[in-house]
Design a protein around this ligand. Sequence first.
Ligand SMILES: Nc1ncnc2c1ncn2[C@@H]1O[C@H](COP(=O)(O)OP(=O)(O)OP(=O)(O)O)[C@@H](O)[C@H]1O
Length: 282
Amino acid sequence: METVIDVQHLKKTFNKEVALQDVSFSIQKGEIFGFLGPSGSGKTTTIKILTAQTESSAGNVFLFGRPANAMKQSHNRKRFGILTDNSGLYTRLSIEENLLLYSNLYQLPRSAVKEALDFVNLYSERKKKISQLSKGMIQRVTLARAIMHKPELLFLDEPTSALDPVNTQHIYNGLRKLNAMGTTIFLTTHDMGEAEILCDRVAFLHQGKIRAIGSPKQLKKEFGDDSITVELQNGECTTIQNGAQDAQKLYSWMKSEEVVRIYTNEPTLGDIFMQITGSDLV
Ligand SMILES: Nc1ncnc2c1ncn2[C@@H]1O[C@H](COP(=O)(O)OP(=O)(O)OP(=O)(O)O)[C@@H](O)[C@H]1O
């Protein structure tokens, strides 16, 4: 397994305010890793440090085995793509013209622009000027730019925050395809549903500290209580545990045809975040 991102004891302070404290994690090639936390928890600061846009106050960050700063060198820049809310697009030019400029910079074939436009579902709108676009469309153009050169590593800061459900689904499918072709993805989100759908592993960030890391499945196993709720014909709802004694109870209800519905009580990632941190994700 190749480690693509390795973060050791990262710390960031702004004046005296601590934004990140002792953050450590590593990400393997081919993973989709979600960095989850509420507003102000330090997600963007982490992405900015990983992409060498901001200096850390302490700790080490390695990308592809080299210090993050090495990624500023032009021959390394092509290895990753970044989506942040700072679009840097030319507002008087069209969507297509912006992407063409970028494709020239990276010496990509013209077909890469069409592919990127399809990826974000914007091909039919490609002639529109950036100044005429909605927030969600701008987010999709910057995403098209970030993936156009098929980077080995993709950083996405809240990639679907401004998108409608149809485009969100379209982007999820595109990201899965890109990942299947080998792109490692680091994304931040405060959308637990997004994390569950997309991520192989997630880290919970709260007040600048990592509070848990694992696959959604592992976390649910660790923090769930394995119970199920049974709704009976008489309207009663009973919660029972996964085990021989309660299985017997369930069996007898089923035999006497008393069961209307059975619900699992598996916690959502949002429930687990709340359980660990005592606060909500928004
Ligand atoms: N340039 C800056 N100067 C001073 N403080 C900053 C700066 N950038 C971030 N911070 C502070 O660092 C903390 C973490 O901010 P950050 O933007 O990383 O959070 P976030 O999790 O990305 O939040 P959001 O989801 O709202 O974007 C916050 O308390 C924020 O006020």
